[in-house]
Design a protein around this ligand. Sequence first.
Ligand SMILES: *Cc1c(COP(=O)(O)O)cnc(C)c1O
Length: 412
Amino acid sequence: MKYWKKYTQEKLRTSIDNALKKNVNFTEDPSLGYPASKLDEMVFYHDAPFLKEAPLLRTFVANPNHIGCHTIGESESAFKGTHEIEREVLNVLAVDVFKAETGKFDGYIATGGTEANIQALWVYRNLFINKYKAKLDEIVIISSEDTHYSIPKGSNLLSIDSLSIPVDFENRQIIEQELDDIIKKAKENGKKYFIAICNMATTMFGSVDNPDVYSDALIKNNVEFKMHIDGAFGGFIYPFSKEDSNLNFANPHISSITIDAHKMLQAPYGTGVFLSRKNLIENVLTQEAQYVNGMDVTLCGSRSGANALAVWMILFSYGPYGWFEKISVLLMRTDWLCKKLDKLNVEYYRQDNMNIVTIKSEYIPKELAEKYDLVPQTHTGDNKWYKIIIMSHVEVSDLEAFFDELEKIRLN
Ligand SMILES: *Cc1c(COP(=O)(O)O)cnc(C)c1O
């Protein structure tokens, strides 16, 4: 680990104080040109004593703007202290967690997984247009049927087609023959440029796609392609639980990654992460963004620096080993549940190294699913699965209460 460390509370606080000091102080500095200020002082506390002990709230009140991307070109100097905090977060994630080389990546804290995924599609669409003069109808997105709906959303927004690859019902893995057939057919229909979305844990099953399946099939069919990893859910688990994972920048076929900090990391909503290799993000430069100092290469405009700070605080409070321990506890609880279900002969899907257990709906009466808030695969029509996600608030005693009720029903 080059960047990721565990800091004491004292060190966390002083680092944040220093970062805020380097930002503009709207109360004291003459700053006449910004269409922004700290949070309204009539309505929100701005010098209450408890803020001293609450660095995230303090940053929230100071209201730094992180508009743009801070790994490339210039940035607004008014918020350089917290921009540095954002860069530290990106270094930890890109280099220490996802094996990029120092200085060889770009990224930013996006509003969430949806934005980061659409950012990736946007970058590749424009790359194919800029580099190969591709027409919109020559570009296509491919992803498994278990892929998150932000991908079809992006396909719609960007006017590029998207093809869904069937997965095996039991093991949720891409059916390789189907993938090959779909690529061949797409080629016959004039598609030349492929954007592959590889899931590092799907939302419903926690299933992880093998990126080699995509890259082998695309290379075999001799088409141009780029691959993006959707690690919105799994990004803060899988790299820690699966040591020899090939879902990172050490894999030459992978060009970008989405991670959500507001899921497993328990940061406030509005906190996703987009990471890509160097020399890609420029493809979405908006030349017209003249009032922003630096290059605007991000999908969202203004965004709060408090979100970056929240991720920074979580990462540096735990440190890498603390985070590994937290994930390990969740996986132990998941193992506990799976063993119990095995004993009852209840069928379920679980991806190794993940904390999602998706149970076949025929084993779970609807009332029980509703009582424990299990999430169905579909809210309309023929639901075949219910999922349980072992987040930190889901303790073994909660799982046991659910299991005891299920056992009574099954044994009757
Ligand atoms: C949640 C999720 C998303 C979308 O993330 P938001 O943060 O809700 O925008 C994308 N992909 C996967 C796999 C997800 O689980």
